[in-house]
Write a protein that binds this ligand. Structure first.
Ligand code: ADP
Length: 330
C-alpha cells in the first residue's frame, strides 16, 4: 500500500439501513474536504453505485439545505455483488478511475465489513462512520440516528399513553433495534414505561406478567410496556401475557408496532452535532493518511479504532442504566 501518498480526492457513500443524520454527515464530509483542500465525490446507492460507477462530483450546492432532512440524498442500498471478490474489484477500478484514494462509508457493521475488504484487497483508504438508529456499533457511545429515533418513539409513547389512560389499557409497544435493546431501554427510561423487554435480558414473560398483575393490584389503571423487536414480536408478548391478567385486563390489551416511522424525520440537535463532528473527523483522518479505521465519540472525545472493532467487540448496554430503568418502571 502507498502509505506516503497524500490524499487529495475522496468519496462518500451511505450503505445499509438509513438513519436520520446521514445527510448531515455527508454535508460535514463535503465541507471538511473543501477545508482540507480535497475534491469529493458522492456515490449513489452505496456499494451498488461503486460497482455501477454511479459516482459524481459533490460541490457546496449539493449539500446545501440538507442539514434538516432525514434519510440520505445519496440513497442507500444493500448490494449482494459487493460480497464477491469480482464486485469489489470492479468497485475499486471505478474508484481509481476517478482518482479517488479515500472512501468514507456511512452505515452499520455490515457496511464496515465490506469497506474493510476494499481496504485490504485494493488499498483504498476507508473510514467507517456509524450510521444506524440501533446504536449497536461498538467504538462509539452513540450512532448517528439513534437520538432522532428515540425522540420519535417518545413522541409516540406520549400519544399512546393519552389513550391508554382514557381507556385503562395495557399497551405493548414494539420498537426497532434489530438484536439490540438500546432504543427500547432508553425509550422506557425517558418515556416513563412500566415494563421493558430487551434481547440482552432474555424473554421472561412470567416476570413481566407478574409485574403487570401486581401493578393492577396496586391500583394502576394502564400500562406501557416497551418491547424491543429483537426479543419477540409484540403480538406474541401480548398473547403470552394474557394468562397473568384478568378477563377485563386481557380485553383491554393493545399492541402498537411503531415500524419505519422510527427511521425518518428531521435529525435532532444531538444527531446533527454527532454527524457533523464525525464527518469532519473522518476527513481529518484521511488528511492524515489513515485508513481501515472507524471513527466514534466516547465520553465526548473523538476516537478511532480499527474498523474490525465494530464486529469483533460487541457493545454492551449499561448495567446501571438498566438497573435505573427497571427501578423506575416499578
Ligand atoms: P448495515 O451496514 O446497516 O449493517 P448490511 O449488513 O445490510 O447493513 O450491509 C450493507 C452492505 O454491506 C451489504 O449489502 C453488502 O454490500 C456489504 N456487506 C455486508 N457484509 C459484508 C461482507 N461480509 N463482505 C462484503 N460486503 C459486505
Amino acid at each position: 500500500m502507498e502509505d506516503s501518498l497524500e490524499i487529495k480526492t475522496i468519496a462518500v457513500l451511505t450503505s445499509g439501513g438509513d438513519s436520520p443524520g446521514m445527510n448531515v454527515a455527508i454535508r460535514a464530509v463535503c465541507k471538511a474536504a473543501f477545508a482540507f483542500g480535497m475534491s469529493v465525490y458522492g456515490v449513489r446507492r452505496g456499494y451498488q453505485g461503486l460497482i455501477n460507477n454511479d459516482i459524481f462530483r459533490l460541490t457546496s450546492k449539493e449539500v446545501g439545505g440538507i442539514i434538516d432532512r432525514g434519510g440520505t440524498f445519496l440513497l442507500s442500498a444493500r448490494c449482494e455483488d459487493f460480497r464477491n471478490v469480482e464486485g469489489r474489484a470492479k468497485a475499486a477500478e471505478n474508484l481509481k478511475a476517478h482518482g479517488i484514494q479515500g472512501l468514507i462509508v456511512i452505515g452499520g457493521d455490515g457496511s464496515y465489513r465490506g469497506a474493510d475488504m476494499l481496504y485490504k484487497e485494493h488499498g483504498i483508504k476507508v473510514i467507517g462512520l456509524p450510521g444506524t438508529i440501533d446504536n449497536d456499533i461498538s467504538g462509539t457511545d452513540f450512532t448517528i440516528g439513534f437520538d432522532t429515533a428515540l425522540n420519535t418513539i417518545l413522541d409516540a409513547v406520549s400519544k399512546i399513553r393519552d389513550t391508554a389512560t382514557s381507556h385503562e389499557r395495557t399497551y405493548i409497544i414494539e420498537v426497532m433495534g434489530r438484536d439490540a435493546g438500546y432504543l427500547a431501554l432508553y425509550a422506557c427510561m425517558a418515556g416513563g414505561g412500566d415494563g421493558l423487554l430487551i434481547p440482552e435480558r432474555g424473554y421472561n414473560i412470567e416476570e413481566m406478567g407478574a409485574h403487570i398483575a401486581q401493578r393492577f393490584e396496586n391500583g394502576k389503571l394502564h400500562d406501557i410496556v416497551i418491547c424491543a423487536e429483537g426479543v419477540a414480536p409484540a403480538e406474541k408478548v401480548a398473547e403470552e401475557l394474557k394468562p397473568y391478567l384478568t378477563k377485563k385486563e386481557q380485553n383491554e390489551m393493545r399492541v402498537t408496532i411503531l415500524g419505519h416511522v422510527q427511521r425518518g424525520g428531521a435529525p435532532t440537535a444531538m444527531d446533527r452535532i454527532l454527524a457533523s463532528k464525525l464527518g469532519y473527523y473522518a476527513v481529518e483522518m484521511l488528511a492524515e493518511n489513515q485508513g481501515g479505521i472507524m471513527v466514534g465519540v466516547e465520553s465526548n472525545k473523538l476516537v478511532t479504532y480499527p474498523i474490525s472493532h465494530a464486529w469483533k467487540y460487541k457493545k454492551h448496554i449499561s448495567e446501571k442504566d438498566f438497573e435505573i430503568t427497571m427501578a423506575l418502571a416499578k
